[in-house]
Design a protein around this ligand. Structure first.
Ligand code: RIB
Length: 314
């Protein structure tokens, strides 16, 4: 907890500018199609998670990098506007900020192409420079849009200093070292990421639980497998718990996983148990897909409290 009594969360990760095109259907290779509309927003898995937690009332510090371009100042101002401490977001010279080109179809499905830009310069040095602040945090959140060496350094930092870590292994990469992953207190893969991490089948919930348990056997504290419209599976050493999905009609699913992680971190770090925190996270992520965009679409704490109190959610 911070001195203000709020849960204190660190995010070590990416900031992107999201260039989003909304279209009727995804184009085929070589095809040109007219799209319906375009929007520019703030994204990046790290920044999205930071903003979700901050909008829900957590004290959030972010470690990362922006580039030397017009996007950098906007990104920093946007994060600071949501109350995120940006003093450990470095300006990398001679390189662009992170950019994500995103296509969204009417069902809310998406494809995303990212240019790492400055995110690719985040290193163990950034973690060392922020170490005094990181040591005051209840939980450190990590994703895979920064170099793996920085992610490993953060996992090692958390282990060494007794600060819990949550690794969201997205976007999936076979380069992720399973030995380093085992340092995480929480791991939040989706089914695809779990399959890549374990090399095991993940079609059924039984297979998912079996695969996740192999990670627990190797040292991961808790595995939370996100299964989209099927909800989530919490896999611990002694128990497997299904977290039911919250049914909504999605219009844009971009950033839903980040809303889930940011909300889980905020509620878990404030002392709620893992299962109630996951139920909150599930409701928060479901709400986020009912609006277009990512950070600006996430509910504030007051809005989310009203959503949770509504009779249909009781
Ligand atoms: O998880 C969604 C995010 O992935 C987007 O905001 C985009 O920036 C990419 O990083």
């Amino acid at each position: 907890m911070s001195q203000t009594g709020k849960p204190r969360i660190a995010v070590i990760g990416s900031t992107n500018v999201d260039l989003v095109t909304y279209l009727k259907r995804m184009p085929k290779p070589g095809e040109t199609i007219a799209a319906d509309s375009f929007a520019m927003g703030q994204g990046g898995k790290g920044a999205n998670q930071a903003v979700a937690a901050a909008k829900l009332g957590a004290d959030v510090v972010m470690v990362g990098a922006v580039g030397e371009d017009a996007f950098a100042g906007t990104t920093l101002a946007h994060l600071a506007g949501y109350g995120v401490d940006v003093s450990h977001i470095r300006r990398a010279l001679g390189i662009s900020s992170g950019v994500a080109s995103i296509l969204v179809d009417p069902s809310g499905e998406n494809v995303i192409m990212i240019v790492a830009g400055a995110n690719g310069t985040v290193s163990a040095d950034d973690i060392r420079d922020a170490s005094a602040d990181l040591m005051t945090c209840d939980l450190i959140l990590l994703q895979l849009e920064i170099p793996l060496a920085a992610v490993y350094a953060a996992l090692e930092f958390g282990k060494k200093h007794g600060v819990k870590t949550l690794l969201n292994p997205a976007p999936a990469t076979p380069a992720l070292d399973p030995e380093k992953v085992n340092l995480a207190s929480f791991l939040t893969p989706n089914e695809t990421e779990l399959a890549i991490l374990t090399g095991m089948p993940v079609e059924t919930e039984t297979e998912i639980a079996t695969a996740a348990k192999t990670l627990i056997a190797k040292g991961v504290g808790t595995v939370i497998v996100t299964m989209g419209s099927r909800g989530a599976l919490l896999v611990e050493a002694q128990a497997v718990t299904h977290i039911a999905p919250v049914k909504v009609s999605p219009v844009d699913t971009v950033g839903a996983g980040d809303a889930f992680v940011g909300a889980f971190a905020r509620y878990y770090a404030s002392g709620l148990g893992v299962v109630p925190a996951l139920k909150k996270a599930s409701a928060y992520a479901a709400d986020s897909v009912t609006r277009r965009g990512t950070q600006d679409a996430y509910a504030t704490e007051a809005e989310f409290d009203r959503i949770c109190a509504a009779p249909t959610n009781g």
